[in-house]
Design a protein around this ligand. Structure first.
Ligand code: NAD
Length: 301
C-alpha cells in the first residue's frame, strides 16, 4: 500500500486525507493547527512534527493550502528553512491540490523538474461535500508520468480526473470554471428576483428555466433563492458550501490571468466586483449563492 504525506488539513484537506486512511493507505499528516492534526490521528493517521518530516519517506505528497505564497514557501523553503523539494525521495510524486495562481504552480514545477522530481498541480471542484464523499473532480497539470502515477491516490478521493495539460494548466482550467460559475450564479440570482418582483413563484420559475434555454448548474443543483431547493446553503441561511471569500480569491486569479494573456473577460470582471462588494458588506464567510441577497429588497432579506 502507498505511503502518503498530507499537508494542510482544513475544510477540504481533512476529509480528503480521511478517505486515504479509509482506503488502507499509511497517511502521515501535518498542519500548522494542532487540532486539525489530532482530528486525523483519531482516524488512524500518523503525525509528524514538520511538513518535511511527514514528506521525507512518502510515495505521494499531497498539499491542500490556502494560496500561492503558502505553496511556494512550503515546497521551496527559504534561506533558513528547507522546502519539501529538498527532502522528498526522487521517486515520490508531489501533488498540490490548492487553488492558486498558475505561475506559482509553474515555478514550483520548474524547481521540481530541475531536481528530477515529479510535481503536479491538481486543484479540485466539488467542495467540502465532494471531499467528504470522495467524489471530487481533479483538474491536473503536469507530465503524463506524474498523471498516471497519481491515479493511485486521486481515484480514492475523486470521481472525475482530468489531465488539462502541462504544469499550471490545472489551475487555469479551474479558474475558467469558477469564473463561469460566478457569472451563472449572479445571472441566475437576478433572473429569479426579476420573476419574484413581477409576481412569479421562484420554484415555478426555476422549474421552467431549468428545462429551457437558461438552464444551468446553479438552477439544477444549487438554487440561490431560499426554500426553492432542499439541502442547499440558500435554504440554511447561506451557511456551509463555498465561501464568498474563496470566490473572491478565485475571481482575483481569473482577472490576473486575463490581464496577463490580454484576454477580454468583462463578465468575470463584473462578477468579481460584485463579490468583492458582497464580501465587504460582511458576507465573506457565507456561501457564494448569498449574492442573491444583493438583488432582494431590504425588507425581504
Ligand atoms: P482551509 O483554510 O480550511 O484549510 C487550509 C489549511 O492549511 C489550514 O488548516 C491551515 O492551517 C493549513 N496550512 C496553511 N499553511 C500551512 C503550512 N505552511 N503547513 C501546513 N499547513 C498549513 O481551506 P480549505 O477550504 O481547505 O481550502 C484549501 C484550498 O482548497 C484553497 O486553495 C481553496 O481555494 C481550495 N478549495 C476549497 C474549496 C472549498 O469548498 N472549501 C473548494 C475547492 C477548492
Amino acid at each position: 500500500m502507498a505511503t502518503v504525506a498530507f499537508i494542510g488539513l482544513g475544510n477540504m484537506g481533512g476529509p480528503m486525507a480521511a478517505n486515504l486512511i479509509k482506503a488502507g493507505m499509511t497517511v502521515t499528516v501535518f498542519d500548522l493547527v494542532p487540532a486539525a492534526v489530532e482530528a486525523l490521528t483519531a482516524q488512524g493517521a500518523l503525525s509528524a512534527k514538520t511538513a518535511c518530516g511527514a514528506a521525507a519517506s512518502a510515495d505521494f505528497v499531497i498539499t491542500m493550502l490556502p494560496a500561492g505564497k503558502h505553496v511556494r514557501h512550503l515546497y521551496l523553503g527559504d534561506d533558513d528553512t528547507k522546502g519539501l523539494l529538498d527532502v522528498v525521495s526522487k521517486e515520490a510524486v508531489l501533488i498540490d491540490c490548492s487553488t492558486i495562481d498558475a505561475e506559482s504552480a509553474q515555478v514550483v514545477g520548474k524547481h521540481a523538474q530541475a531536481k528530477g522530481i515529479e510535481f503536479m498541480d491538481a486543484p479540485v471542484s466539488g467542495g467540502t461535500a465532494g471531499a467528504a464523499a470522495g467524489t471530487l473532480t481533479f483538474i491536473c497539470g503536469g507530465s503524463d508520468k506524474a498523471y498516471q502515477k497519481a491515479q493511485t491516490v486521486l481515484t480514492v478521493m475523486g470521481a472525475n480526473i482530468f489531465h488539462a495539460g502541462a504544469t499550471g494548466a490545472g489551475q487555469i482550467a479551474k479558474i475558467c470554471n469558477n469564473m463561469l460559475l460566478s457569472v451563472l450564479m449572479v445571472g441566475t440570482s437576478e433572473s429569479l428576483q426579476l420573476g419574484i418582483d413581477n409576481g412569479l413563484d421562484p420554484k415555478v420559475l426555476s422549474d421552467i428555466m431549468k428545462v429551457s434555454s437558461g438552464g444551468n448548474w446553479t438552477l439544477e443543483k444549487y438554487n440561490p433563492c431560499p426554500d426553492v431547493m432542499e439541502n442547499v446553503p440558500s435554504s440554511n441561511d447561506y451557511q456551509g458550501g463555498f465561501m464568498v471569500d474563496l470566490m473572491v480569491k478565485d475571481l482575483g486569479l481569473s482577472q490576473q490571468t486575463s490581464v496577463a494573456s490580454n484576454s477580454s473577460t468583462p463578465m468575470g470582471s463584473l462578477a468579481r466586483s460584485m463579490y468583492v462588494n458582497h464580501a465587504r458588506q460582511g458576507n465573506g464567510r457565507r456561501d457564494f449563492s448569498s449574492i442573491f441577497e444583493q438583488f432582494t429588497p431590504a425588507d425581504k432579506k
